[in-house]
Design a protein around this ligand. Structure first.
Ligand code: DAH
Length: 346
């Protein structure tokens, strides 16, 4: 029996060498230590031995059992370690590899320009206000002194939703809203950037949706020179410190007097080029002194208060500033175009 036990040790040790995984190891374990194993049979037959033999075989079988147990335990640890190493190997991250460059979005040129305008006016103490894109006929036209016969009130020119509601055709509607909302009728300065809508056919210079910044200052002793100084700063900030501006008499129902403002051509410096159509000047905005009727319509005493207002197209400023010749580029969101405005890459 002792020889048999010794043989079990040898056989088990030999067989276990080729075991590669835990499953196979369990099979070998049950073959050598399980109920139907040769080892177990020897243990079961011990009862028939003499006390002398029992002691000898008993101590040998204890030795073999511990040997087998240790053998299987060590093999199990070995298998587990190997599995772990394989996993670590396959999960390995090479931190020295260059990363894949992720394309990140860029600020849209219209937003760059809008924010630049906002920053300038905030620095001069203006509030920046926001208003609804759907507004009433009264706010868009009537209270702004636009007579019923004015072409802008024609259903052909604006997007009417009902008889009384429309998509605002200009941010000037915010002049009315902000004056009416000013219940204490106190002086104020604000700009309102936002989207505007007109029934235009889209082409290189027209879009049914575009954006404007409205400016409105109401107070005592506000004069045309305040307006001129403000717009001069604006032109220099947007188009360069050497720019000059000039006022041309114009007509808007909500201002009196009204002007269109030109900036000296930043391409040729007034010499005349294709950009300024040979005139040396480029039109950038409309403005004027707030019409007394508009002040009164909105509850401001026109004998005490004056105001100036201006409206500038953000697309127009953006196109001039960056030399963009087709308005559509500003709406197509083509990454190849937009990435030119990535300040990290500029
Ligand atoms: N609302 C005018 C437009 O869309 C622009 C404008 C002109 C705004 C004169 C003003 C202004 O505030 O005073 O064409």
């Amino acid at each position: 029996m002792k020889e048999k036990l010794e043989q079990i040790k040898v056989d088990a040790e030999e067989e276990i060498k080729n075991v590669k995984d835990e499953n196979a190891l369990n099979n070998v374990k049950s073959k050598y230590m399980g109920k139907k194993s040769a080892f177990n049979e020897i243990m079961a037959s011990m009862g028939s031995l003499s006390p002398e033999e029992k002691r000898e075989v008993g101590s040998k079988s204890n030795e073999v059992r511990s040997f087998l147990q240790e053998l299987f335990e060590n093999k199990l640890t070995e298998i587990k370690n190997e599995e772990l190493n394989k996993k670590l190997e396959s999960d390995k991250i090479d931190i020295t590899l260059p990363s894949k460059k992720r394309k990140s979005g860029t600020k849209h040129p219209l937003n760059i320009v809008r924010e630049e305008i906002e920053d300038l006016f905030i620095s001069m103490g203006y509030d920046v206000v926001d208003g609804p894109e759907i507004d009433t006929d009264a706010n868009c036209f009537e209270l702004l002194n636009l007579p019923p016969s004015h072409p802008a009130r024609d259903a052909q020119d604006s997007f009417y939703i009902t008889e009384e509601m429309l998509l605002r055709p200009h941010t000037s509607a915010m002049q009315v809203r902000s004056m009416l909302a000013n219940t204490e009728k106190k002086p104020f300065k604000l700009i309102c950037p936002g989207k505007t809508y007109r029934r235009d056919d889209d082409d290189a210079t027209h879009s049914h949706q575009f954006s404007q910044v409205e400016g409105l200052v109401v107070g005592e002793d506000i004069s045309l020179s305040d307006l001129k100084g403000t717009l001069e700063l604006f032109a220099k900030k947007m188009f360069g410190k050497d720019r000059e501006i000039r006022f041309r008499a114009s007509y808007f129902p909500f201002t009196e007097p009204s002007y269109e403002v030109d900036v000296s051509c930043f391409n040729c410096n007034k010499k005349g080029c294709s950009m300024c159509k040979g005139t040396g000047w480029i039109e950038i905005l409309g403005c004027g002194m707030v019409h007394p009727t508009v002040l009164e319509n909105c509850g401001f005493d026109h004998t005490k208060y004056q105001g100036f207002a201006f409206g500038v197209g953000i697309e127009r400023v953006t196109m001039l500033k960056y030399g963009i010749t087709n308005l559509k580029l500003l709406y197509q969101n083509d990454y190849r175009f937009l990435k030119n405005f990535d300040r990290k890459e500029m």
